[in-house]
Design a protein. Structure first.
Length: 187
């Protein structure tokens, strides 16, 4: 029994499960591997974007609840992937940079990842866009507190340790280090 075959597009030998099913052929699999088909489909969607968008809108209009449920199910089943996609699109970060940031301890208080129920936040400068706006990794408490600290709101409104002189010194150092790196990068 055949357990692998060559892709007709890229020529690589791959296991049969690397090819989508096709009942019309002898081995029961299409001639192109999944990655090659994905590249072709992406190129087709780009080349025919207007027609593809019209078809997508028509399918959505015919059954919007079906699409909402599918998206909701995907988000619930893949929360980590959804978070990574959001970081990619919001900040333009590479996968390796996202992994590096998400695995780090809080850069203000030193809380290690996994020490609280929430994942650490990727902190960024709200006055900037793109990958250069990302400052580092913060626990949720420090991220919220830093937002209030930066805006210098009334002390009654600040959550957490913003009144603690050690926290304020760490936060100031964190911000100063980011600004120094930014200055070096633009010089």
């Amino acid at each position: 029994m055949i357990r692998s075959k060559a892709c007709s597009k890229c020529g690589e030998m791959k296991p049969l499960d690397g090819f989508p099913p096709d009942g019309r052929v002898l081995d029961g699999r299409q001639s192109k591997c999944r990655p090659c088909i994905a590249v072709e489909m992406r190129a087709h969607r780009i080349a025919n974007s207007e027609r593809v968008h019209e078809q997508d809108r028509a399918r959505y209009a015919a059954s919007p609840d079906k699409f909402r449920e599918r998206r909701k199910g995907y988000r619930e089943a893949n929360p980590e992937e959804v978070a990574i996609q959001k970081l990619r699109s919001t900040h333009g970060l590479s996968d390796s940079r996202i992994v590096e940031l998400r695995g780090g301890s809080c850069e203000i208080c030193g809380l290690p990842p996994g020490a609280s129920e929430r994942t650490h936040d990727i902190d960024h400068d709200h006055t900037m866009t793109g990958p250069e706006s990302v400052r580092g990794t913060l626990c949720n408490g420090c991220n919220l507190s830093l937002g209030f600290f930066e805006k210098q709101r009334d002390p009654k409104c600040r959550p957490g340790d913003t009144d603690n002189p050690l926290w304020r010194a760490s936060a100031r150092k964190y911000l100063d280090d980011f600004n120094a790196q930014l200055t070096e990068a633009t010089a």
